[in-house]
Ligand binder design. Sequence first.
Ligand SMILES: [Zn+2]
Length: 138
Amino acid sequence: MHELSIACEILEQVKNTAAAHGAIKVKHVTLQMGRLSHTNPEQLSFCFKAIAEGSIAEDADFIVEMVPPSLECECGYTGAIDEKQIQESSEFTSELLAYIEVDKECPICGKQAQLAGGRELIIKSIEIETEDDLTADR
Ligand SMILES: [Zn+2]
């Protein structure tokens, strides 16, 4: 399963970061996920919790923030794709991709704009507890 291998990579990074900061516990893991990354956030969260069991991150809250794709044009325009329209089309289907493919004209100059972002899958922050009870990002 796609989500399981991603969850494994995330857990590895979380464990490395936690060890580097002398953590005794991981409290939160916040992930930024592009809407076009073809990953199901619920499944990813489920997989993470399953494999984190028994590790330093077993009680961590797993938070996924969805990131909409944006448009970039050679005229200098950048803008987010209309979030409302994305939510109205069904998620994780080719319908969304089809919409993205056809409708990416620059609203300023009308040229074809480039799709930027929307496929990222990154750890935004990790909140840990250390023996001194300090918290640190990343
Ligand atoms: Zn333009």
